[in-house]
Write a new protein. Structure first.
Length: 201
């Protein structure tokens, strides 16, 4: 029987880097994450698919100690220490005014912007497509040889008021980024089996 790893075009080492050996890190070394590394990550993950190429994901890098102090109180207690000590923290948000760039990023349909005049529908579309991009962003961090610690355990409205009060951005996920430190993760948790997840009709 052919091994599952042999049925994939991606080399086994890359499969391990991105998926099998990758873990959600809870501690990090003090080695910095550079702007060049973040740019390289973005240049890779910007190719993620989104509806009508809308690309609503926005990334705010929290680098300064002052900004970190503004962020940490909005996190659940269990997320505060690791965020305070991570080399880099990124707030990933959905830009609900994504439709303003549609004439540039989806030029073959000039009227695309007019499809999104309903505010509620536009917000939901932005959140769904930005969430898709978040998954790619995490893979991009892993592809850079770094560990990601994505968190949804925070007060979204508090973070929005603190960092995005005058924008159309809605925070979705906060990601700690860096090289994994000592005791960076818990034991591997079980995953659902193929037959529990996949059906055919």
């Amino acid at each position: 029987m052919t091994a599952a790893t042999d049925l994939l075009a991606l080399q086994t080492e890359a499969q391990a880097l991105l998926f099998r050996d990758a873990r959600t890190a809870n501690t990090f070394t003090d080695e910095p994450v550079t702007d060049d590394q973040v740019r390289a990550i973005y240049e890779l993950v910007k190719w993620a698919p989104t509806s009508m190429n809308m690309q609503p994901l926005r990334v705010l890098l929290v680098r300064s100690e002052q900004a970190r102090q503004r962020l940490v109180p909005h996190l659940m207690e269990g997320n505060r220490a690791k965020t305070a000590s991570a080399p880099l923290v990124a707030i990933l948000s959905a830009d609900t005014d994504f439709h303003e760039t549609l004439p540039r990023v989806f030029p073959h349909l000039p009227g695309a912007k007019d499809f999104y005049t309903d505010d509620d529908a536009r917000r939901e579309t932005a959140r769904l497509n930005a969430a898709l991009q978040v998954g790619y962003f995490i893979l991009g961090v892993r592809a850079a040889g770094l560990a990601a610690g994505p968190m949804t355990g925070f007060d979204p409205e508090g973070v929005r008021r603190e960092f995005f009060a005058d924008t159309a951005q809605q925070p979705l996920v906060i990601v700690n980024i860096g090289h994994p430190g000592e005791d960076a993760w818990f034991g591997r948790s079980p995953r659902l089996e193929y037959d529990e997840v996949v059906t055919a009709v």
